[in-house]
Design a protein around this ligand. Structure first.
Ligand code: SUD
Ligand code: ADP
Length: 364
């Protein structure tokens, strides 16, 4: 008759160890059988102790100890892309009582970007590498660490991680590098810590870190409204080449919003269909970037960069992204954008190519 165990599979009775009903091979010695029985008694004692501890904790109503969740944890760090955000148009539609501006913008994500990696560790740490790392040397509170703390708080964890940021994007440059890094850290730690939050929950945490962070969770073409937290899917965009150029002058976002003058703009009207890169540029042309004039006032090099991009063969539109000073050009394809990048002054930061693959599944 099978000797069943509570909630487990029935095991056959045997002449082996009396405690675990393990059936030793006939060749096994008496000494081995004795040692098996000793092991089993020890395991039984450990299981009993654990059950007693759990029961006592339940009786006290205490929560389980704060440790990372039990989801999948990568043995090797999976590099998490943090693609640059580009505002194809940006309209300032109003201002809230707290000083934040209401926006209407179409954000896309370039193949160029930073990279985050997260490894298991007892404490939280960040090491910054890459060509633009120097600009963050004096950063007192990197957005990557702020994102990690925000996720741990949300999940009620006391968890650590050794984070690495490969900083390729210029800092304070209107392409949301810090926001992309924060969003990538949330995604990487959501896996490492097994917190398994969905995209909508990650966006909620992201919104507490900065206006641009929610859109960077998925990194797909998205219309941003409100102060950046109201996100809606857009019609499929045609394939096009994207050139990014920064004159290597940092432009802080608050200063540009402060310098903006003039009326607010109405939101854009989105077409049903955009046939190709030329039609995309034609639609975007009148929509503008309402921060561009203010940015040029603070940093005249922005006008120089826009003129240089516009003069490249095949350029369909040249404009500033976000609060600058990075500017972008739309080209018929990736190779035209790459050629234009090579033709521009090497003293500028230039990246030509296409769009990034989305970094998270689309939110329903
Ligand atoms: C302008 C945009 C357009 O995508 O991009 P960037 O130029 O930063 O890349 C964003 O709205 C920037 O978002 P983000 O850089 O996350 O801004 P936050 O850290 O939240 O805010 C920095 C400061 O910018 C101003 N700010 C930001 C967003 C907004 N909708 N209205 C504002 O007035 C506020 O002065 C705020 O104190
Ligand atoms: N990982 C990070 N990358 C860039 N900037 C960061 C980061 N962490 C904190 N910051 C701070 O955030 C500010 C905005 O950075 P960034 O996102 O690069 O600007 P923008 O949104 O204009 O492209 C920087 O001036 C810097 O002080």
């Amino acid at each position: 008759m099978p000797t069943g165990r509570r909630g487990g599979k029935a095991r056959p009775a045997s002449s082996g160890c009396a405690h675990c009903a393990r059936s030793p091979r006939p060749a096994i010695s008496r000494a081995s059988r004795r040692s098996c029985a000793t092991d089993c008694r020890r395991r039984q004692r450990q299981r009993r102790a654990a059950r007693t501890k759990r029961r006592r904790r339940d009786e006290r109503g205490a929560p389980p100890p704060a440790t990372p969740g039990k989801g999948l944890r990568p043995l090797q760090p999976r590099p998490e892309a943090a693609p640059a955000k580009v505002n194809l148009y940006l309209r300032v539609t109003g201002r809230r009582a707290d000083g934040y501006h209401m926006l209407d913008s179409l954000a896309v994500f370039a193949a160029a970007g930073d990279v985050i990696e997260a490894m298991p560790a007892d404490a939280l740490s960040l090491s910054v590498t890459g060509p633009e790392a120097g600009a963050l040397a004096d950063e007192p509170d990197n957005l990557v660490l702020r994102a990690a703390r925000a996720l741990a708080d949300h999940a009620g964890l006391r968890a650590g991680a050794a984070l690495t940021l490969q900083k390729n994007l210029p800092v304070a440059s209107g392409i949301g590098g810090g926001s992309a890094d924060a969003a990538a850290a949330l995604r990487a730690l959501n896996v490492l810590w097994g917190t398994a939050l969905d995209t909508a929950a990650l966006r909620g945490i992201a919104a507490r870190l900065g206006a641009d962070v929610p859109v960077c969770v998925e990194s797909r073409a998205t219309r941003m409204q409100g102060i950046g937290e109201i996100l809606s899917a857009v019609l499929p965009l045609p394939r096009f080449g994207l050139l990014l150029v920064n004159p290597r002058i940092a432009l802080p976002t608050p200063a540009v919003f402060k310098a903006r003058r003039g009326d607010f703009s109405p939101p854009a009207e989105l077409p049903d269909r955009i046939a190709d890169a030329a039609a995309l540029a034609d639609w975007l042309r009148p929509l503008g970037n309402d921060l561009q004039t203010a940015a040029i006032g603070l940093c005249p090099a922005v006008a120089e960069v826009i003129a240089a991009i516009a003069a490249q063969p095949g350029c369909l539109l040249a404009r500033m992204s976000g609060s600058g000073a990075t500017c972008f050009g739309i080209f018929p394809d990736e190779s035209a954008a790459e050629s234009a990048a090579r033709a521009l002054p090497p003293a500028w930061w230039r990246q030509g190519g296409g769009l990034a693959a989305p970094t998270a599944p689309a939110t329903p």
